[in-house]
Unconditional design. Structure first.
Lengths: 115, 216
């Protein structure tokens, strides 16, 4: 029976796969895991798992090339540039508009909310 | 029972741990499977580590050093129990029987020392105990697996009188209770035999061949 070992080096750090070994049952696995992965205080905790209990998933069909679902699926740089230009132009337009008196600005805002 | 001096008591313990460590290390490279090879070698190393700590304490009482106690005595001066002297390779069944019996006896001895009024002795016993816990778990898991086998049962029968000899007589009833066997006549600590002399020769060879004044 093969056991997989995940070890944590320091508190708060993720458990990282350390290796595997043969052991006939849980008691042997406990003893061997301690000897191989923690004897020199190199781990503060271990996860020891029968390999057969680990679910392996390794087929991920992507028939329609849905790469836009990935963060790196399309260049965000060009879109950002476009967006910035759009915002920049409205801001310029707003800045060029004649200033309204404070009371009218309030009315305008309330109107926007109602609609 | 004659009262032991502290140094005598420490030497008995240290010699037991040193010689068992050597005997167990005879399995290195030829244990039943790779994982066990590593684990059993590691236990052997732990035992020698305990021997060193015990020799260091004894050496302070005797005005010498740990290496001199471990390697410079004549074979007949060692006080190790006959159980640890037996050369058991390549018989894994007898090795497991000795492992179980020794660890059980040692646990009783260490627990007794932990209650000692001698703070140094009690402290060292506590430190040793923290490692021995795992040796016992290791011994128990093997017993669980092989204890019903004819060869292991026979080996426990054979080694039982030797196991009793590891402990001072007042502690022997506790061992009999834990192992679930009646007390029989023990194989006592006497001057080591020929099998030990051979081990001693091998064990002290490097030190004896070192030039005078060599530092380790």
């Amino acid at each position: 029976m093969i056991w997989e070992v995940f070890r944590q080096e320091r508190k708060g750090q993720p458990f990282v796969h350390g290796g595997s070994f043969h052991a006939p049952d849980k008691a042997f696995a406990d003893a061997y895991a301690r000897e191989f992965y923690a004897r020199r205080q190199e781990s503060i905790a271990l996860w020891v798992v029968p390999r057969a209990e680990i679910m392996t998933i390794e087929e991920f069909p992507d028939e329609f090339d849905l790469k836009y679902r990935r963060v790196d699926g399309y260049s965000i740089k060009a879109r950002l540039k476009e967006a910035r230009e759009r915002v920049g132009s409205t801001e310029r337009a707003r800045a060029e508009m004649p200033a309204l008196p404070a009371s009218e600005r309030e009315e305008q805002r309330a109107g926007t909310l109602e609609s | 029972m004659p009262e032991h001096s502290r140094a005598e008591l420490l030497l008995e313990l240290a010699d037991d741990e040193l010689i068992l460590g050597w005997r167990d290390s005879e399995w290195t490279g030829i244990a039943p499977f790779l994982e066990e090879d590593v684990a059993f070698s590691s236990i052997a190393q732990n035992e020698i580590g305990h021997a060193r700590a015990l020799y260091e304490l004894a050496a302070r009482d005797l005005g010498t050093d740990a290496d001199a106690l471990a390697f410079d005595r004549a074979p007949e001066e060692y006080r190790c129990s006959p159980l640890v002297q037996l050369r058991l390779v390549p018989d894994w069944a007898r090795t497991i029987a000795r492992h179980v019996l020794y660890e059980t006896a040692d646990a009783i001895r260490i627990a007794h020392l932990k209650e000692s009024d001698d703070v140094e002795l009690a402290g060292l016993a506590g430190k040793i105990e923290r490692e021995e816990v795992y040796h016992r778990l290791h011994a128990e898991m093997w017993l669980e697996r092989l204890g019903a086998e004819e060869r292991v049962r026979g080996a426990v029968d054979e080694l039982w009188p030797y196991a009793l000899g590891v402990l001072d007589p007042p502690l022997r009833p506790r061992l009999a209770e834990r192992i679930g066997r009646p007390e029989v006549e023990a194989v006592e600590r006497t001057a080591p035999g020929a099998e030990f002399a051979e081990l001693w020769d091998e064990m002290t060879m490097v030190r004896r061949s070192a030039p005078v004044g060599a530092q380790w």
